[in-house]
Design a protein around this ligand. Structure first.
Ligand code: SF4
Length: 474
């Protein structure tokens, strides 16, 4: 799948002498969640010892940081961010974390997701004369925090998060504490880990495993976790009626690394089950099963197990080409796809092949791969997709093409197969996909397949904030 844009990755450390280096390595391991910009903010914990430190830049983690910039950041408390521009344009002003000075001190904020009431909140602030430096949602959080009305509250951050609507996982750093929070739907993953006396927060657990950090637990829907020198303190910041777990099912299909545990399940194990279910729903006689790497790998193994058809490697992916879909310009995407996948001719030539792909969105890049298989001598091509057809936009941080551009819009599976120039296509069903995860179906968002949005959109956006907070900014 190459037509989605993804969102962001967060990694934070509190109370480790090499916190900045740990964050740097954590961001490396979360690089698949965003490749446009990266940044780290850090503090020594002393409010009077000068400014918190910040380094952000455009590009990959390995390009943004140098030994010198890491040394300049060195502190025992740090948060970091890798970004793709789901909202806000692709420029360094929008890179995160964002650092601000306000009446109660300094604060750095890193955010993953999309606020559905961002425009409403921004308009309200601007009507009162506030000036925004960037176009991203994180600055709105800064403005909410700076409201004088938050001054006397026991937990001003809880008051900041409550009016937010949409999908957000957040990391906040002040001289005293690191704060992790999730929206009441927990659309995005966020986990807590520990090593010795140090605490860690990461978008995905793969970063814990590889850095020798023990996974402790996930941040819960609507939960705010304060991490201080005294340990963890947690509360639910929103009304209990608002808590409605709706985890993004695409994390399992595509976004997360297979070695992560997301929403309580191993991503690899879920993907393997998706492949098994796909084989049950769409069997076909063939000679070989292989994946479109890398995100189709686990599901293709499941398909081969279940069908009994031999598994092989049909495509070889170049590891020196980025994940093409997160490059912002169409011309970049097309050119890198052309050099990304090589075909194993001896596996394909003269064979009836089953190709397992994680999803098909626009279809143009998939058609290029299918044509290449045909040119390599494939006798029959049967595409099996470990997700249902994407038919609806995502308002929670995934930038799918417009509905008109989606291959599934107005086409039957047979017509899609014709467009892709293949012999057959089989999509996993919505019940099929939801049968492969361990939580009840009602605990997942599958709106891009079903059109049933768990978080208010359209006319209802901002209704909660308007009613409950009356958007009295000052
Ligand atoms: Fe994930 Fe799709 Fe829901 Fe967006 S609409 S949060 S991509 S499941």
């Amino acid at each position: 799948m190459t037509d989605k844009k993804e969102y962001c990755g967060l990694f934070g450390v509190f109370g480790h002498p090499a916190a900045v280096e740990k964050v740097y390595h954590g961001l490396f391991l979360l690089q698949h969640r965003g490749q446009e910009s990266a940044g780290i903010a850090s503090t020594d914990g002393k409010a009077d010892s000068g400014a918190m430190k910040l380094h952000v830049g455009m590009g990959l983690v390995r390009d943004v940081f140098t030994p010198e910039s890491l040394a300049a950041l060195r502190n025992p408390r740090a948060i970091g961010h890798v970004r793709y521009s789901t909202t806000g344009s692709s420029r360094v002003e929008n890179a995160q974390p964002m650092l601000a000075q306000y009446s109660r001190g300094q604060v750095a904020v890193a955010h993953n997701g999309n606020l559905t009431n961002a425009k409403l909140l921004r308009d309200e602030f601007e009507a009162y004369g506030s000036i925004f430096r960037t176009t991203n949602d994180t600055e709105i959080i800064m403005h909410l925090l700076a409201r004088p009305s938050n001054g006397g509250l026991a937990d001003p951050f809880a008051a900041v998060f409550d009016p937010l609507e949409g999908a957000y996982s957040l990391l906040v750093l002040t001289p005293d504490e690191m704060i992790a929070a999730c929206d009441p739907y927990k659309l995005r993953p966020l986990s807590i880990g520990q090593a010795g006396n140090a605490w860690f927060v990461s978008s995905e657990t793969c970063a814990f495993d590889l850095l020798g950090i023990k996974y402790v637990r996930d941040v819960q829907p609507g939960e705010i976790v304060h991490i201080t020198a005294a340990g963890l303190r947690s509360s639910i910041y929103c009304h209990p009626d608002r808590i409605k777990p709706s985890h993004c099912i695409f994390e399992h299909i595509y976004f997360s690394r297979p070695d992560s545990r997301v929403f309580g399940d191993s991503v690899h194990a879920v993907r393997r089950k998706l492949g098994r279910q796909l084989a049950r729903e769409h069997p076909v006689d063939a000679d070989v099963v292989f994946a479109v790497p890398d995100t189709g790998n686990s599901a293709s193994i499941g398909y081969a197990y279940e069908s009994g058809i031999p598994f092989d490697i049909g495509f070889i992916r170049s590891h020196y080409v980025g994940r093409t879909f997160i490059q912002p310009h169409q011309s970049d995407r097309t050119s890198s796809v052309q050099i990304k996948l090589a075909i194993m001719r001896e596996v394909v030539a003269g064979k009836r092949v089953i190709v397992v792909e994680d999803s098909v969105v626009r279809g143009t890049t998939t058609r290029g791969k299918m044509r290449a298989l045909r040119e390599a001598g494939a006798k029959e091509i049967h595409l099996r997709v470990s997700a249902p057809p994407v038919r609806n936009p995502c308002f929670y941080g995934i930038d799918f093409p417009t509905t008109d551009e989606l291959i599934a819009t107005g086409r039957t599976p047979r017509e899609i197969a014709e467009f892709l120039e293949i012999d057959s296509i089989g999509y996993l069903s919505v019940p099929g996909i939801l049968s492969c995860v361990s939580r009840p179906p009602s605990h997942y968002c599958a709106a891009c397949f079903t059109g049933r949005y768990p978080v208010p959109i359209g006319q209802n956006v901002g209704k909660y904030a308007m009613e409950r907070h009356q958007l009295s900014m000052f």
